[in-house]
Design a protein around this ligand. Structure first.
Ligand SMILES: [Zn+2]
Length: 444
């Protein structure tokens, strides 16, 4: 085992053991513990570190190597410090033990995304220790609160401390898992685009009455059940956007697969024949999706309810504006029931960065050396990451790490916020080398 592997393993284990669990409440997370750890780790380089704490315990840390040329492009390596909660019953091992077993580090955050938070820090320290004096500035950011909308992390920093964190180019989660292309060569997805959210509350109204006399009552719960059913069954049109098209073309699939994947009239029929996990992923990349997720209503067994509140997780494709998403939601609910509901929504639109950038070129060059014969493909992130704040501020933001072949795309997908999250040490070494080489080439 080389130094990089041992160092990455050790730092990842420590980050996992810090248990910076973000349950969405302001008092959770306590990322200060991992900021202390990283400050100790990076502090030995002699570089100045800045800490930001918009709420007690919700710290983020910034380290920078100042470039010599203010006009040269800058690069931000950004990793979040928080993780989502676990249900220990579903785990084979202690989710916060950071155990090393057969070359895998186990624990919450192993792939989302403490693996990259750790390897970015190691790349940064190696660069600093080697006396790296780039033209463009390199910034490392260990950030709080990614798992709850970035309120006390990236969102806050971009709004209040833009100069400290802004860079022309941003690398954060996730991407880089090896997917076999149609010609057998590995493809490495770069997350260039992220769907938006249009989270909606649907309040369903009725008329109260006595539960002992239900005939012809206007029961909000019964109406809500129908609203939920309609939203769940709603199938908006298939949209083939530019990122999806370039992904499919870049994968080198045979025409019998590539053609239906790019044809809005044939794609849904193709999904019927595919395994569920794959079909679900393809569907989300090509549709604005609607998932009813929360229902609150009723007061007492003998009272006909007059109010039920539903929450719907709507995820929008690029180009689907708030008004479009609203129209789709109304179409799903149906004209006959719209008079019984009030809808309020929070529009957080999709973001995307172009492929034609110096960062893409550098990533392709560096990755093809570390993963022989590989090629990059753009990919759609169906969930959200901190990249959106930086893209809106003007950065080119990509999600990218590197993973070995010990971790399949399917395994990787199920571990995100799931049970038995783990990452192999080879992947840690690959990511560290990639981040270091990319910084050297892009900022030189
Ligand atoms: Zn994450």
């Amino acid at each position: 085992m080389n130094d990089v592997t041992a160092e990455a393993t050790d730092l990842l284990q420590s980050l996992i053991r810090n248990q910076c669990v973000n349950d969405g409440s302001v008092a959770s997370g306590e990322e200060v513990r991992s900021v202390d750890l990283l400050a100790q780790y990076l502090g030995s380089t002699g570089l100045d570190l800045e800490r930001y704490e918009p709420q007690e315990g919700r710290q983020s840390v910034v380290a920078r190597i100042e470039g010599s040329d203010p006009d040269a492009p800058s690069l931000l390596l950004m990793g979040h410090l928080d993780v989502v909660p676990v249900n220990p019953e579903g785990w084979t091992r202690d989710p916060f033990g950071g155990e090393l077993v057969d070359g895998f580090v186990w624990g919450r955050g192993a792939v989302d995304m403490l693996n990259l938070t750790a390897t970015q820090a190691i790349a940064f320290r190696r660069l600093a220790e080697s006396g790296f004096r780039p033209k463009g500035t390199l910034i490392y950011l260990g950030v709080a609160d990614e798992e709850a909308l970035g309120t006390w992390g990236a969102k806050w920093l971009v709004e209040h401390e833009r100069d400290a964190v802004y860079a022309d180019y941003v690398l954060t989660e996730s991407g880089g898992f090896q997917m076999p292309g149609g010609d057998g060569r590995p493809r490495l997805p770069v997350l260039t685009e992220e769907k938006g959210t249009y989270w909606s509350k649907v309040v369903v109204h009725g008329t109260p009455g006595h539960g002992s006399a239900p005939l012809r009552t206007d029961n909000a719960l019964v109406t809500a059940a129908e609203v939920v059913r309609r939203i769940a069954e709603f199938r908006p049109e298939t949209r083939i956007d530019d990122t999806w098209r370039r992904f499919v073309e870049g994968m080198g699939y045979p025409p019998e697969l590539a053609e239906p994947l790019l044809d809005p009239n044939r794609l849904e029929a193709l999904l019927d024949d595919l395994p569920t996990a794959l079909a679900r992923q393809i569907y989300s990349c090509t549709h604005t999706t609607f998932a009813p997720t929360v229902a609150h209503g009723g007061t007492k067994t003998n009272v006909i309810p007059d109010r039920v509140e539903l929450e719907v997780d709507v995820r929008t494709l690029p180009g689907v504006e708030g008004a479009d998403a609203r129209a789709l939601l109304e179409e799903a609910i149906g004209a006959d029931l719209l008079g019984k509901v009030d809808i309020t929504s929070n529009d957080d639109p999709a973001t995307a960065s172009p492929m034609e950038t110096p960062l893409w070129e550098v990533l392709e060059r560096v990755s093809s050396k570390l993963v022989p014969d590989s090629a990059l493909v753009p990919f759609v992130m169906t969930g959200g990451t901190d990249n959106r704040f930086f893209r809106r501020a003007g950065s080119v933001g990509y999600g990218f790490g590197l993973f070995s072949q010990r971790l399949t795309f399917e395994q990787y997908g199920t571990m995100f916020h799931g049970n038995d999250e783990r990452v192999d040490q080879e992947s840690l070494a690959l990511s560290t080398e990639m981040f270091e080489a990319v910084a050297r080439e892009l900022l030189a």
